[in-house]
Write a protein that binds this ligand. Structure first.
Ligand code: COA
Length: 164
């Protein structure tokens, strides 16, 4: 049984991430989507909120489990019995960073393989920062996120009342 983890910040999850998960479930028996508790970024959403948004967005995905982790990604992979780490590669600009991470993770744990998957071209320019920025200034993000994420973004950045 081939189990993999898909780690990330997911602040918040976007349809670009879900596109990667769709591809991963075609290839593996179980995909554990795992939220990094401390990725060195200041997050808009708490870990609990990010996990909740992922769980709700991935309802009905029988091969997917959502959790969170602290510490090294390879340690979490070992703890859950995963053989690989899924990462998304959107553009050439992602490559150097992903390559460096993959080689470091291989050095740390030679038996855990990094698998890079390319999302659909329509998501190549998407990241969570763009979504947060757009939402903050009340740009329309509905096409890029799931309904639960849209709801949570609207709660964080309530639409302006007319006249205010
Ligand atoms: N669609 C849309 N956006 C995507 C995407 C996709 N398919 N794939 C990546 N992104 C975006 C993310 O939304 C994120 O955007 P943001 O920076 O605007 O928030 C950005 O690309 C970075 O991706 P993310 O997956 O969140 O990775 P990260 O660089 O924050 O790294 C970990 C997260 C968990 C993989 C990394 O911090 C880690 O491994 N931490 C544990 C410590 C460790 O083991 N270190 C050793 C590794 S060398």
């Amino acid at each position: 049984m081939a189990k993999v983890i898909y780690p990330g910040t997911f602040d918040p999850v976007t349809k670009g991430h879900i596109d990667i998960i769709d591809r991963a479930v075609e290839l593996f028996d179980e995909v554990i989507v795992t939220v990094a508790k401390n990725p060195g970024k200041t997050a808009l959403f708490s870990v609990e909120e990010r996990v909740e948004m992922l769980k709700e967005s991935l309802k009905g995905y029988e091969k997917v489990r959502v959790d969170s982790f602290d510490g090294l990604v390879v340690d979490h992979a070992k703890n859950v019995g995963a053989v690989g780490i899924i990462r998304g590669l959107r553009a050439v600009s992602d490559f150097e960073y992903e390559f460096q991470m993959a080689l470091m993770n291989r050095k740390l744990a030679g038996d855990i393989t990094t698998i890079l998957l390319m999302p659909h071209a329509r998501y190549t320019y998407l990241n969570s920062t763009i979504i947060r920025n757009l939402a903050q200034f009340h740009g329309n993000v509905a096409e890029f996120v799931t309904p639960i994420v849209l709801k949570k973004l609207n709660e964080k950045f309530p639409p302006k009342k007319k006249g205010s």
